[in-house]
Design a protein around this ligand. Structure first.
Ligand code: AMP
Length: 581
């Protein structure tokens, strides 16, 4: 197949924002493609060279691509950079300049999909001395043979900014439409599809989805659909060593809401503030993946022997949360701490001693040759319980109860928070494991942040549109008879009257309280109490309270509340400690 054909599809996809139309374009194209071209075509259409789970990255910076354009067209670096600034897209630059150039020279060979795909893949695998030069040559070689249109998409693929809008859902449906059009009993009409039998239609879409869930690779899925039909898709299985997508959680408003979503009784577990670890074991071989399917086995090499010695299974895939803790006190540390370990390439051994982690296993999706995706959660859990040997502060099952009592859940939540966890997870006992989906088989329950009632002690005149208002407020908490500042807040009030308390009203009120004016700032009598929400309380030397707020926002003006009842410094300290845990 000619690469140009793929580029024509890109163009067609770009020309519409309608999902059904995109699906149709891809489906028709895949139906026509030969089996041997399918894998490359499916990946290229997604702007990828490797499936999701594959570690290899193209790793080419835009500067290098700009250089390749210089090399191919013979035009000056300045010219390229000027065009780049103008369009903001190197793909378009390549297209325009190859157009200018090819009229003059015409040294083109026809580009074949496989040739383009293989050359691009080589970019990701080159290593060692002279790599940059070799990459430059590979890109230039492609661009020299490319038509202007091809040049645009080669560059965009290299830079991983294809922008034709083929999401996972579109690709899934397109594969089903392409290979099972008749069997599904549907017709594509402009702007719509007509389905004779929804159940049958969904059966095919579901089969493609299943195959994708376990392989994370639409190129393999398309190939299997074309070659072996529905049966092939159904047979696609989890492979130990290849990550699968993890199941995601929905959010519950409160305990009652959570219980309604997962049914009673349910499993309730601590929600640890660490990072998701999908652990694969096959004999003595252990691999660890993040929720984004990146392999992190070498960063957490101390986990490997632990799995070997504490998990009794020939082969399994476990879902767990690794949480960092302070080795001196044993207390859990927030996620930011171990996030350093994920990125770490060197000095891994030291990090493991300084920032040890505890593995809390909470699910199992594969066990000794059998996928457990369609088993109930309670049955999966029963297997887990049998095969994991716990060791304190190293490895074990997530703290877990089964209950239908709100009271018990509330008490469990307090216990979880007290230990420094984020909250709870509630899980449906009868639910299967749905990779990559947020279907509500498990829901998270986190305590709502308490808002602060702070007193406005100063303000500043705004700028631009807000120049006529005092629009930024210095707020403080109460410390005995004193006011201790905790920062500034300027968002949350309204500009128009009908929408709530306005900056104008606030300005009027504050003007009557001004005790001192200095440039654009005023100091006011501490009278007005505002309710402030924020993302985090941080320690800060910038304000007299010693604290500052991250992303503060006014949610109401508490005209009913006297300043004497404002949040105290002591309360702030407690909230800070609680949040830190
Ligand atoms: P969130 O990231 O806020 O959507 O919450 C879901 C995340 O909580 C999961 O992806 C896990 O990384 C983490 N988590 C912590 N403890 C558990 C648990 N017991 N069960 C499931 N997920 C958990």
């Amino acid at each position: 197949m000619k690469y140009e054909n793929v580029c024509e599809v890109y163009e067609a996809l770009e020309s519409t924002t309608k999902r059904l139309e995109k699906t149709r374009i891809i489906a028709e194209f895949l139906r026509k493609a030969k089996v041997e071209d399918l894998p490359a075509v499916v990946l290229l259409l997604q702007g990828r060279l490797f499936p999701n789970w594959d570690e290899r990255k193209i790793g080419v910076a835009s500067k290098l691509v700009a250089k390749a354009i210089v090399l191919t067209t013979g035009l000056s670096k300045d010219r390229i950079e000027k065009e780049w600034k103008k369009t903001g897209d190197l793909g378009t630059v390549a297209e325009n300049l190859v157009k200018v150039k090819s009229q003059a020279t015409l040294s083109r060979h026809e580009l074949d999909v496989k040739k383009v795909f293989e050359n691009l893949r080589k970019l990701a695998t080159l290593e060692g001395a002279g790599t940059v030069d070799r990459k430059l040559k590979l890109i230039a070689e492609l661009l020299t043979s490319a038509t202007p249109l091809e040049a645009r998409f080669i560059v965009r693929t290299i830079l991983e900014v294809l922008r034709v809008g083929t999401g996972e859902g579109t690709m899934r449906d397109a594969i089903a439409w392409a290979f099972f059009e008749k069997e599904m009993g549907f017709m594509y009409k402009e702007e719509d599809i007509e389905v004779e039998d929804r159940e049958r239609y969904n059966r095919y879409i579901g089969a493609v989805q299943h195959a994708y869930d376990v392989t994370n690779d639409f190129s393999a899925v398309a190939e299997s659909a074309k070659k072996d039909g529905l049966e092939g898709l159904d047979k696609e299985a989890i492979t130990v060593g290849k990550p699968i997508k993890v199941m995601l959680a929905l959010k519950a408003e409160d305990i009652e809401d959570g219980l309604e979503r997962v049914d009673r009784p349910c499993a309730v577990e601590f929600k640890y503030d660490g990072f998701r670890m999908q652990i694969h074991k096959k004999g003595a071989e252990v691999k660890i993946f993040t929720r984004r399917l990146e392999e992190v086995t070498s960063q957490f090499s101390e986990v490997v022997p632990l799995i070997r010695s504490h998990v009794k299974a020939d082969a399994c895939i476990l879902d767990s949360e690794g949480v960092g803790y302070n080795p001196k006190t044993g207390r859990y540390l927030p996620f930011q701490h171990i996030s350093q370990r994920i990125k770490r390439k060197y000095g891994i051994g030291e990090m493991a001693t300084e920032l040890p982690i505890e593995i809390n296993i909470f699910d199992i999706v594969y066990h000794n040759g059998k996928s457990l995706l369609n088993e109930n959660y309670e049955d999966r859990y029963a297997i887990l319980k049998k095969i994991v040997k716990a060791e304190k502060k190293k490895i074990g099952l997530a703290e877990h109860i089964i209950t239908d009592s709100k009271k018990e859940i509330e008490a469990f939540l307090q216990k979880s928070l007290k230990q420094g966890n984020e909250g709870l997870m509630l899980k449906n006992l009868k639910a299967p494991y749905k990779p990559g989906a947020r279907v509500g088989h498990m829901v998270k329950l986190k305590p709502v942040l308490e808002t602060l009632d702070l007193v406005v002690v100063g303000a500043e005149w705004g700028e631009g549109k807000r120049a006529k208002w005092l629009s930024s407020y210095i707020v403080a908490c109460k410390d005995g008879d004193e006011w201790k500042e905790v920062g500034r807040v300027s968002s949350g009030l309204k500009e128009k009257e009908s929408e709530g308390v306005t900056y104008e009203e606030m300005t009027r009120e504050l003007k009557s309280l001004v005790v001192e004016e200095k440039g654009r700032s005023v100091i006011v009598k501490p009278k007005i109490v505002i309710e402030v929400i924020y993302e985090e309380i941080q320690q800060s030397p910038s304000y007299t309270s010693g604290f500052a707020l991250r992303f503060p926002r006014i949610i109401s003006v508490r005209s009913e509340k006297p300043a004497s009842e404002a949040t105290t410094l002591k309360q702030m300290e407690n909230l800070y400690k609680k949040q830190k845990k």
